[in-house]
Structure formats: structure tokens, C-alpha cells
Design a protein around this ligand. Structure first.
Ligand code: PMT
Length: 339
């Protein structure tokens, strides 16, 4: 386990999807951003573990590597952060997807919001009705797993151990947008060595607005000063085009598009494909994201993936259908990038 922490938790608020699209980040914006925002001090530690992980899978296991981003980002309003802006994402899509990638032979770098859901442990954490202690009983002064849950736990445990034993899962945390951007950039560059065998699956809900370090107060904002808090945020540069063009030019890149209004989802997804020139957008609506998504490709082709009523009743996870679909496209991508 790393000995650094990226966060002081807490969640809640929503994303405003009504604002028009931001300009794509240009080389200049990249320089400006990274020259005016400090890298997290633990970044070299992360770079070293990513490097080892990528090298192992490149030279020894031969597995394709997927970078899954997951969870929301916080936007601190103070340097010694008491207050921050956040969003709804719990990391369910990312954590669940990571498990299906692992099961299907991928090595996974899980770039996640610290304290959001994690692959495997997600089955026992963040639940509103099942505390993990409910899975245990006391018998003759010893702890045992409740028989009722034993089979299901064994199933999850086996998969978790398989991921660990094959060194196929690397957990990398972030909390703030700044930490996310720096870590994404570093990790992308380290993945370049894998060329087409690297896959980006960007499920994180990254904040579109932030408070630049240059304007961040050092200490807690005092409530007595004016009685009102007016927050003046700036747009986070849209680095997706930089990722496609410079940070990971040979990798396949899958982004997500979240909307709350059905009538604009496809248009926004097609807009993202044109702007960023990547390979696939997975569109989802906040209200229905657990049982339907749509794959949108650069040629305009759309494929809906839906769970039927029976599947929903049986708690089938839509990610069990999404991941095989993504893998088909990634296989074709790898083939087309073979020398
Ligand atoms: O975590 P859950 O509760 O399960 O919810 C999952 C989800 C709804 C958050 C997920 O399925 C999803 O849709 N994530 C993307 C949300 C979104 O619409 O992001 P966006 O439009 O701001 O960004 C578009 C894409 O670029 C996303 O893939 C995002 O991860 C990526 N991005 C955005 C901004 C940025 N600075 N860097 C990025 O990588």
C-alpha cells in the first residue's frame, strides 16, 4: 500500500451539462497549465510503480494494459482544504469495468478517486444496507464467514487473488483535478511503449471547472468577511486532444459522455469524436446508466447495449456486456497497428 494519501473525503453536488463545449487544449494551454500548477509531490513514486507494471506486462505477461479512470474529482477552494466542490460519481462504472477487464485477460491500471469504489472490495464497501461485518458471525470465540454469503465471497476472493497473483492490478489514487491531470499525463507517456496494446477507458467524471493555484487562498475562507461566497472558477483545459495526439498517440482511446437530457447525448458524443479524433465514445444518461449505454463510433455508427428486464432483475452488470464490446474494437485496433 502507498504511504501517501490524496484526499480528505466527502462528496456530493452535480455536474452542470448545459454549458457549451470548451475549446480544445492547445500545446500552449498545456504548457501554461503545467507551468503554473505544481505536480503532486508523490508523482515520482507513482511513475516508478507504473513503469515497473508496464514493463512487466510488456516483457513478461504479454497482456494488453488498460488504464481505467474512475470516480469524480474535487476542486479545492483553499490550499489547506476545508471546502471543495465535487460531483456525484462513486466510481461504480470504473470499478466494475476493471473487474471485467481483468477477467478477460487485461492488466489494469486503476486511476481512481481515492475512497471511491475499488474492484472486488466494491462488493463489500459503500453499501447502504450491508455492512461488511454482516458477512461474519462469531462461533466458539472465533470469526467465521456467514454460510449464507460464503459462496459469493469465495467467488469474489478467487478473482481478487488471481488479479493479485498475476500482478495484473495497479491502484493509483487521485483526489483533485490537478492530481488527476498530472497523473494521467505521466501514466499515458509511460504506456507509450505498449503502442496499440494500450487502451484508455476514461470513465472518470472530471470537473470542468477549477480554481487555479495562483488564486487559491492559503487558509480557510473566513465567513465573517462578507457574509457571501462568490466563487469564480476557470475552465479545466480539455486535454483529451493532447492525450490522443501527444501523450498516447498509438493507444486506443475510449471516452465516456454523460448527459441528463436524452435528446443531446448522441450529438454531444459525435461532437467529442470530431473534436478529439479518438476511437470510441460510450454515451450514458445519468438516470439510466446502470442498464443502458450506447457505443458511438467516428463514422456515426451507434450500438445500444441494454439489459432486459430479466437481466435487471438478476442484477446482471451492464459492464459485463460493455467490456467484451470494447475488447472487440481493441483487438481490431491492435491488428491494424501491427508492424
Ligand atoms: O461512477 P458512476 O457513479 O458509476 O458514474 C459513471 C459515470 C456516469 C461518471 C461514467 O459512466 C461517465 O459517463 N463518465 C464521463 C463523464 C463525462 O461526461 O465526462 P466529460 O464529458 O466531462 O468528459 C468526457 C471524457 O473526457 C470523459 O471520458 C472524461 O473521463 C474525460 N476527461 C474529461 C475532462 C478532462 N479534463 N480529462 C478527461 O480525461
Amino acid at each position: 500500500m502507498p504511504n501517501y494519501h490524496t484526499s480528505k473525503p466527502k462528496t456530493e453536488t452535480a455536474i452542470d451539462r448545459t454549458v457549451p463545449d470548451f475549446p480544445i487544449a492547445q500545446v500552449n494551454d498545456e504548457d501554461i497549465y503545467f507551468n503554473t500548477h505544481e505536480a503532486p509531490e508523490y508523482l515520482p513514486e507513482i511513475e516508478s510503480s507504473v513503469k515497473d507494471f508496464v514493463q512487466f506486462h510488456h516483457e513478461q505477461s504479454g497482456k494488453p494494459v488498460v488504464l481505467v479512470t474512475s470516480g469524480g474529482t474535487t476542486v479545492p477552494l483553499e490550499n489547506n482544504t476545508v471546502r471543495f466542490i465535487d460531483n456525484f460519481s462513486a466510481g461504480t462504472r470504473g470499478a466494475t469495468s476493471a473487474e471485467y477487464f481483468l477477467e478477460n485477460g487485461y492488466a489494469v491500471i486503476f486511476l481512481h478517486r481515492e475512497f471511491s469504489l475499488l474492484p472486488y472490495s466494491r462488493h463489500y464497501s459503500h453499501t447502504t444496507n450491508n455492512c461488511f461485518l454482516d458477512y461474519m458471525i462469531e462461533k466458539h470465540n472465533k470469526i467465521e464467514i456467514n454460510e449464507k454469503y460464503a459462496d459469493q465471497m469465495l467467488h469474489v476472493l478467487r478473482k481478487y487473488k488471481a488479479a493479485q497473483d498475476s500482478k495484473s492490478l495497479l491502484l493509483i489514487p487521485f483526489t483533485t483535478v490537478n492530481q488527476y491531470l498530472y497523473t494521467l499525463k505521466s501514466t499515458s507517456k509511460l504506456l507509450q511503449i505498449l503502442e496499440g496494446k494500450a487502451l484508455f477507458y476514461l470513465a472518470a467524471a472530471v470537473s470542468d471547472f477549477f480554481l487555479p493555484q495562483s488564486r487559491m487562498p492559503q487558509h480557510k475562507i473566513q465567513s465573517q468577511t462578507s457574509g457571501k461566497l462568490i466563487v469564480d472558477l476557470e475552465q479545466v483545459p480539455k486535454f483529451l486532444r493532447r492525450l490522443v495526439d501527444n501523450w498516447a498517440p498509438s493507444a486506443m482511446i475510449v471516452s465516456f459522455k454523460l448527459e441528463t437530457d436524452n435528446s443531446i447525448l448522441i450529438k454531444k458524443a459525435l461532437g467529442a469524436l470530431t473534436r478529439y479524433q479518438h476511437q470510441l465514445v460510450i454515451g450514458n444518461l445519468l438516470q439510466t446508466r446502470k442498464w443502458e449505454v450506447v457505443f458511438i463510433r467516428p463514422d456515426g455508427e451507434q450500438t445500444w447495449i441494454r439489459l432486459n428486464e430479466e437481466e435487471q432483475k438478476n442484477n446482471v452488470e451492464i459492464e459485463s456486456l460493455i467490456i467484451p464490446g470494447v475488447m472487440v474494437e481493441h483487438k481490431a485496433w491492435i491488428e491494424s497497428h501491427k508492424h
